[in-house]
Design a binder for this molecule. Structure first.
Ligand SMILES: *[C@@H]1O[C@H](CO)[C@@H](O)[C@H](O)[C@H]1NC(C)=O
Ligand SMILES: *[C@@H]1O[C@H](CO)[C@@H](O)[C@H](O)[C@H]1NC(C)=O
Ligand SMILES: *[C@@H]1O[C@H](CO)[C@@H](O)[C@H](O)[C@H]1NC(C)=O
Ligand SMILES: *[C@@H]1O[C@H](CO)[C@@H](O)[C@H](O)[C@H]1NC(C)=O
Ligand SMILES: *[C@@H]1O[C@H](CO)[C@@H](O)[C@H](O)[C@H]1NC(C)=O
Ligand SMILES: *[C@@H]1O[C@H](CO)[C@@H](O)[C@H](O)[C@H]1NC(C)=O
Ligand SMILES: *[C@@H]1O[C@H](CO)[C@@H](O)[C@H](O)[C@H]1NC(C)=O
Length: 330
């Protein structure tokens, strides 16, 4: 109990803690596996090329403007369907992207803040199999983007644009500092939430780390800073779930792909990911997710990459689900 609380707090505060259980089978694994924080963000490998540039209108060094302490900053909840741009409602009415808006009354300017993949979702969900590299290769960084302007139409027309609170410029500057720290230490996108079953008291094996989780962390921070948040509507978010029995730890790249002894496992993991290699277009990703579903249902297995380590998931019914469910404001 206490231990869980410590883990929980360290996650919240972004401390990197040392988890001794990895070294020995005899130690009990803690669930969910804590998302690993890093000291700094490594350079991106030049193999990873974005289809759309990351944060094109943001400050190059990720700076967030300083607000005068007496300023009054409005906070907006922003949500829009992910696939709207090209494909309308076909598949993704409830696959939503979340962001937060701010408006400075003194400056009369507003800002959008969001967290998303550097190389698009497909690349964060499935790796590349490169003939010249032994291990699957991931382009899975995600980061925060802060830029001037709120595109009202983009958010409000098929999504949400709603003012949910206010804070002082002084508090906003504290929030900005927290965002920078969060952005430096939490660097990898995790698409899936993995849990034991769909019931409310299911065990969560892994938490996702995506745009909506960033929004939840920011709301939590705002609430700690004394901001009261409230919404007129239900605050629902998209979650991508995998359902499995207790996951089994397999090892990191060098342990699995660097040792002849684990050659069979290495081959199996690559075979698994070969089905789901990242594709350029959304249609291909969608097809590949459907393929993933069949494959997962048939084989009842999934190799999850989390914190740069592989886990084996003994999959269970209902295997994969995309939900749009309520997460109340703090
Ligand atoms: C995924 O990464 C590959 C390799 O860097 C890149 O060619 C591709 O454009 C990326 N996919 C998307 C959808 O951006
Ligand atoms: C977060 O990190 C990315 C990648 O280094 C950077 O491009 C971005 O500007 C940073 N965002 C903020 C708000 O600091
Ligand atoms: C943000 O600023 C733009 C440009 O001034 C304005 O058109 C828009 O209505 C503003 N949106 C909000 C939510 O403040
Ligand atoms: C909202 O949805 C409608 C119908 O699907 C579409 O025609 C329109 O372009 C969308 N608007 C925005 C701003 O995405
Ligand atoms: C919670 O777990 C118990 C036993 O583990 C089970 O009997 C019960 O149905 C579960 N509750 C829900 C809401 O699923
Ligand atoms: C990979 O795991 C091994 C133990 O299985 C460990 O000794 C090594 O430091 C790990 N490598 C990295 C890069 O974390
Ligand atoms: C929002 O979530 C609640 C509870 O999680 C659910 O009952 C409701 O149907 C969801 N709303 C929509 C529009 O999906």
């Amino acid at each position: 109990m206490t231990c869980n609380l410590v883990l929980f707090l360290s996650l919240l505060l972004g401390f990197s803690v040392c988890f001794p259980f990895r070294s020995g089978e005899e130690k009990r694994q803690k669930w969910p596996v804590p998302y690993k924080r890093f000291d700094y963000r490594p350079d991106v490998d030049s193999y990873c090329q974005a289809l759309y540039p990351f944060c094109p209108t943001g400050d190059r060094d990720g700076r967030i403007p300083y607000m005068t302490e007496s300023d009054v900053i409005s906070v907006y909840r922003l949500q829009t369907p992910v696939w709207e741009f090209k494909y309308g409602d076909v598949l993704g009415k409830h696959i939503m992207h979340d962001a937060i808006g701010f408006r400075s009354s003194e400056k009369g300017i507003n800002f959008t803040m969001e967290w998303y993949e550097l190389f698009q979702l497909g690349n964060c969900t499935f790796p590349h199999l490169r003939p010249e590299v032994s291990a699957p290769f991931w382009c899975n960084q995600g980061a925060a983007c802060f830029f001037e302007g709120i595109d009202d139409l983009h958010w409000s027309q098929n999504g949400t644009l709603e003012k949910i609170g206010e804070l002082s410029g002084k508090r906003f500057n504290e929030l900005a500092q927290w965002v920078q720290e969060d952005n430096t230490t939490g660097i990898y996108y995790e698409t899936w939430t993995v849990r034991s079953d769909p019931s409310s008291n299911a065990t969560v094996w892994f938490e996702s780390y995506d745009c909506s989780q960033f929004v939840h962390r920011t709301y939590k921070k705002l609430s700690e800073l004394g901001t009261k948040l409230s919404s007129q509507t239900q605050t629902n978010y998209t979650k991508l779930y995998l359902y499995s029995g207790e996951p089994k730890y397999l090892g990191n790249d060098s342990a699995i792909f660097g040792q002849p002894a684990l050659k069979n496992l290495a081959t199996d993991i690559k075979k698994f990911y070969y089905m789901f290699r990242p594709h350029q277009s959304f249609v291909e990703i969608a097809l590949s997710l459907l393929e993933a579903y069949d494959k997962v249902v048939l084989d009842k297995r999934f190799y999850l990459y989390y914190n740069f380590e592989y886990w084996y998931l003994p999959m269970k019914y209902p295997y994969i689900q995309i939900t749009y469910e309520e997460v109340p404001l703090p």
